[in-house]
Design a protein around this ligand. Structure first.
Ligand code: FE
Length: 205
């Protein structure tokens, strides 16, 4: 089985947000897709480790902010590389507005959806939330950011000066962090995005 086939799947990128009792949180996903047109239904899969997962499960409501090609790496760092379990991601973040009681990100996004959960499916690592669209709007005409666009244009690219030519290092495929050394320890966790050693690739610079 060639796991690299997974890289051929195409995705958009989104901030999924939810709120309960004044506590707001959001996380980055690549899993929002339209599932039906009549009624308008979409699905989002959220990792159970994410605090947003629990908020969505408890409230049955979430928003999807569609990330555009104007989204900067700071936005991914803010919503994707830290946990709402120990950080209030909206405490020092002002680029959002409240719609229907849910945060909608207004920076680096081009559209949003407000969703009501109608069904859930336990998928192991993730829960699939099946939701009806309560409201949606377009914010601007900037193209949506795909996962491929993120890798090519948004995440930091490895710099040549990071290591001498010919040196073998391990590069995080999620955020671009360089681990100096070879091999990379099995239990290594990326200090920037918290992804495991299995998401690193061995590269010769
Ligand atoms: Fe990383």
């Amino acid at each position: 089985m060639n796991n690299k086939a997974m890289f051929s799947l195409s995705y958009g990128l989104f901030v999924i947000s939810s709120a309960k009792d004044g506590k707001k949180n959001g996380c980055i996903t690549n899993t929002a897709i339209q599932a039906a047109s009549d009624p308008l239904v979409l699905t989002v899969c959220i990792n159970k480790a994410n605090y947003t997962h629990d908020l969505v499960k408890e409230t049955g409501k979430f928003s999807i902010s569609v990330l555009s090609e104007e989204a900067d790496f700071d936005l991914f760092t803010h919503f994707g590389f830290q946990s709402g379990r120990d950080t209030d991601k909206f405490a020092d973040f002002t680029d959002y507005k409240m719609e229907g009681g849910l945060p909608v990100i207004t920076r680096g996004t081009n559209a949003y959806f407000l969703c009501d959960v109608v069904d859930t499916v336990d998928l192991g690592s993730h829960t699939m939330f099946v939701a009806k669209i309560a409201d949606m709007d377009v914010l601007n005409s900037v193209p949506s950011a795909t996962y491929a666009y993120y890798h090519a244009n948004i995440k930091p690219q490895p710099k040549k000066e990071d290591a001498p030519a010919g040196k073998v290092v391990w590069r995080c495929t999620i955020c671009g962090y360089i681990y100096e050394g070879d091999p990379i320890p099995d239990d290594f966790i990326c200090p920037i995005c918290k992804h495991p050693a299995s998401d690193f690739e061995r590269v010769t610079q």
